[in-house]
Write a protein of this length. Structure first.
Length: 60
């Protein structure tokens, strides 16, 4: 089965925030982590909340 991966654009400031998170998690756990793992975690655990917040902001 073919993978259905995609790429997304993340601006420089957000990319830096993610890089800092990678370093912080790697130091704390003593295990390397990929930026994509953090992004996937955020989607898996916080997407519903983000959708709700963004819908509310669009109504205002």
């Amino acid at each position: 089965m073919a993978r259905e991966d995609t790429t997304i654009a993340i601006n420089g400031i957000r990319k830096g925030i993610l890089k800092d998170a990678v370093v912080d998690i790697t130091i704390a756990t003593k295990e390397p982590i990929k930026t994509s793992t953090i992004v996937q975690y955020l989607i898996d655990n916080y997407l519903d909340e983000a959708i709700k917040d963004l819908k509310e902001k669009r109504v205002d």
